[in-house]
Design a protein around this ligand. Structure first.
Ligand code: AMP
Ligand code: GLY
Length: 429
């Protein structure tokens, strides 16, 4: 596709996860990218881009970096810089940026704001109530009964939500939130009706009221096989999501995405960037679980693998407001990603173990090992956080993609790491 991005662009990506590695990998293949800089990056990203150790949540530092390096386009990967207003700071300094303003990113940052938008725009979602004191919150839960969902307001790195199947668990979640001494937010907790169904993620590029769907995915949030154990940031994902049929997609656009964009604009906070709608689907009807103001991780890895170099044109068009002039070319295929994490994740992990075998993996447009928490020490690849590697593969069928991703995972020699063995099971049933 064509876009107004010029040739020879200096591009800066903010982030250090496998999501940002996948975005960097796709962007690098586009001939418009002449120089690629990533801050703060990781060991895998360092193989394909220049690295800057900038603090990406500090607006001044990021603006200085963009000025110093004569950056033409900035892509913001994670939510923390969005919440810190980095997109606003860059835009105010005249930079072309992919990523919503702080006010628009509130759709992810504040659960109560997101629910308020749903109410104003009549968007199908779980019934809810907000509380800022423990006694009224407990009383409400006692009236509603279990199962029930408790959400701390504000960013919590995937740890702010408790799906309580019984009342003691619900009360405990409330106690934890109210005793955590978190910031003095107006709303401390959002309590929601428990929604049944199958979850899927829908990604839409947006600029004001213009929009372009950029794919569907499903992730596996639980740490253990069979979707058991505690929630994580995501242990694997695949795209497309078979449950999101064209008919459901159309209704999500009409009933959820368009009213949201309209309402955000009406409130003076037009949305620009990727809007990630977490959906619950039951009886062919979708309801909104949550919004994120960025690509999902690991969902982004299969998406980037399926989209390739055109991603840069699409992200530039989103930022320029040229979305109505673009279309996406999709190969009729599937991609799947298996996450390898440090043993103990999502709890306590030990850093510093050596990972062997990554260098021997082949890299191509149909299989890539994207890095998250990796560094290099004395020429060894070393693990330094919870999620460490994302084995991502494409195939004509999902089964084929799954088989290649697992072949990659099995060839790694890293005793301190683990992965789930059933990524994609639901779609392959
Ligand atoms: P959130 O951070 O809001 O996406 O919540 C994290 C996860 O909790 C979601 O992906 C769902 O699996 C689950 N969840 C959140 N809200 C609900 C709800 N109202 N009903 C059922 N499950 C939910
Ligand atoms: N995989 C879920 C997320 O990125 O929020």
């Amino acid at each position: 596709m064509e876009s107004k991005g010029s040739l020879n662009m200096n591009i800066l990506i903010l982030g250090s996860g496998a999501r940002e590695h996948a975005i960097a990998w796709a962007v690098k293949q586009n001939p418009k990218c002449s120089r690629l800089l990533v801050a703060p990056g990781n060991a895998g990203i360092a193989d394909i881009a220049e690295i800057s150790k900038t603090n990406i949540e500090n607006c001044d530092e990021v603006v200085d970096l963009a000025k110093r390096e004569k950056i033409d386009f900035v892509i913001i990967g994670p939510e923390a810089p969005l919440a810190a207003g980095v997109s606003d700071a860059l835009k105010n300094n005249g930079f072309l940026v992919f990523g919503p303003t702080q006010a628009a990113a509130n759709l992810e940052v504040s659960k109560s704001f997101m629910k308020e938008i749903c109410t104003s725009a009549n968007i199908p979602t779980a019934k809810y109530a907000n509380f800022n004191d423990l006694v009224s919150a407990k009383k409400y839960i006692a009236e509603q009964g279990a199962p029930i969902v408790i959400k701390a307001d504000g960013l919590a790195a995937g740890k702010g939500v408790t799906v309580a199947m019984d009342l003691p668990t619900a009360y405990q979640a409330l106690e934890d939130i109210f005793s955590s001494g978190s910031k003095n937010l107006e709303t401390k907790v959002v309590i929601e009706e428990f929604m049944e169904g199958e979850e899927a993620s829908f990604f839409v590029l947006c600029n004001g009221q213009k929009l372009l769907p950029i794919g569907t995915a499903q992730d596996h949030k639980r740490v253990g096989d069979g979707d058991t154990g505690p929630n994580t940031g995501g242990m694997g994902a695949y795209s497309p999501a078979p449950i999101l049929t064209e008919k459901i997609e159309d209704s999500v656009i009409e009933e959820i995405i368009k009213p949201t964009l309209h309402e955000m604009e009406r409130r003076g906070a037009p949305y620009q960037g990727v809007l990630y709608a977490g959906l619950m689907i039951k009886d062919e009807k979708a309801r909104l679980v949550e919004y994120n103001a960025r690509f999902g991780d690991p969902e982004c890895q299969p998406l980037m693998m399926r989209l390739g170099a055109q991603v840069l044109d699409l992200l530039i068009a989103t930022s320029n407001g040229d979305l109505d002039e673009c279309h996406i070319s999709w190969a009729d295929d599937h991609a799947l990603c298996v996450v390898m994490a440090s043993i103990g994740y999502p709890g306590k992990i030990k850093k510093g173990s050596i990972i062997k075998g990554v260098r021997n993996l082949s890299s191509s447009s149909s299989q890539m090992c994207f890095h998250a928490g990796t560094t290099k020490e004395a020429n060894n690849l070393v693990a330094n956080s919870g999620r460490v590697l994302s084995f991502t593969a494409r195939g004509k069928t999902l089964a084929e993609a799954q088989s290649v991703a697992y072949e990659m995972a099995k060839s790694i020699d890293w005793k301190e790491g683990f992965y789930r063995t059933d990524i994609g099971w639901r779609a392959l049933l």
